[in-house]
Design a protein. Sequence first.
Length: 149
Amino acid sequence: MNNTCVDLNKNKMAKPKKKKSKRQKLIKEIDDTRRDYIRKRDNDGDYTKCISCGAYCITTSLQVGHYYSRSHDFTTTLGSDERNVNLQCSPCNGVKHGNPRGYALGIIRKYGNRAIEELGDKKNQQKYWKIKDLEENLEMWKTLLDKIS
Ligand SMILES: [Zn+2]
């Protein structure tokens, strides 16, 4: 009888990490650059207003929240519209699921009456983002970030 112990975790641990595709890497870099840009763009000093509920919160506690969820970013033409992404308090971004009604009012206050309709139109425009499109999008966020830094 063989008494050797079988390590059930061994196979799990040995599993190699799935390599990220070029596409996934680009989207991650876009996310990071856009987040840095939005943090600077919306920063109002030590305290900044949440786009959805209007509460003044410690700026560093705010999150970068999407009006239309990030799943639409690179399946539609929304991915290049900075109005879809704004600083938001964590309760609005979390338990209130984006607080969409407040978010819509916040967008209208910030960008004007037509912004919601225009964002909706973009959300309905399907787009396949090629690698080249993603690279251009990343450049766009980098340029915006450079200008504001
Ligand atoms: Zn809020």
